[in-house]
Write a protein that binds this ligand. Sequence first.
Ligand code: HEC
Length: 161
Amino acid sequence: MKTKNFIAFAMAGFFGLALITSCGGGKTGDQTTTDSTAVKEEAAPAGASAEQLALGKSIYETPGKCITCHQATGQGIANVFPNLVGSEFLLNQKVLAVTQVLNGSEKVGNKTIKYPAPMPQQVGSLDSAVAVINYVLVNFGNNGGFVTAEEVKDIVIEPRK
Ligand code: HEC
């Protein structure tokens, strides 16, 4: 039941966004350009499509996932859940960030700050992990570029605990 709710939520979010996006140009019908910069607000960096970022957003905002700990602002809670805005780890070690979303933070060492509890596994597929990391890379004030499916293809997804 939980899973069904999640799927329904994710799909509603996804289609809702797709609808908004597809209707977005209604008032500005004079903009006939096919330039991809016509997609405003969360401009997708090359390599991260609007669809992928929409998936990332829906994962981020799913109750119990990212938003619950890192908050709607991405800023987390001091000394408990790290701030994702300007995070050195996120911005500079994108493949490891994808690994952490898949396998949890205990599997990803080299942390300078020790938090009271580790970050649990979040998603079960490379596509979902890439989508949500690309979403946080370009939101909340981050302008961190993107990670590609090709870069993360060798990550081994650990079994769920
Ligand atoms: C249950 C709480 C929790 C949830 C849910 C959670 N995280 Fe985390 N996250 C943490 C904690 C705790 C850390 C620090 C782990 C450590 O370094 O040992 C962390 C660290 C991170 C980092 C590294 C930040 C840094 O500067 O060290 C990233 C990136 C991140 N989380 C992204 C995500 C994304 C994306 C999601 C959703 C798919 C998510 N997290 C869901 C608790 C959570």
